[in-house]
Design a protein around this ligand. Sequence first.
Ligand code: SF4
Length: 62
Amino acid sequence: MKIDEAREVRTTCPYCGVGCGVLAKVAANGEVTVRGDPHHPANFGRLCSKGSALAETIDLDG
Ligand code: SF4
């Protein structure tokens, strides 16, 4: 994979026991976006408001 390509990582929301599947995409400029994993049996692509805001919690300042 070239360094300037976006990459998408399959992971899980950490907030509650439902364990929704999340696809987290890291763009070449470092921007992270998340979406529900359409193939995950817990959520089939859906995320609640907390899961939808996961990318807003990613920050190296803290
Ligand atoms: S997206 Fe919402 S329902 Fe799903 S694991 Fe995260 S907090 Fe729980």
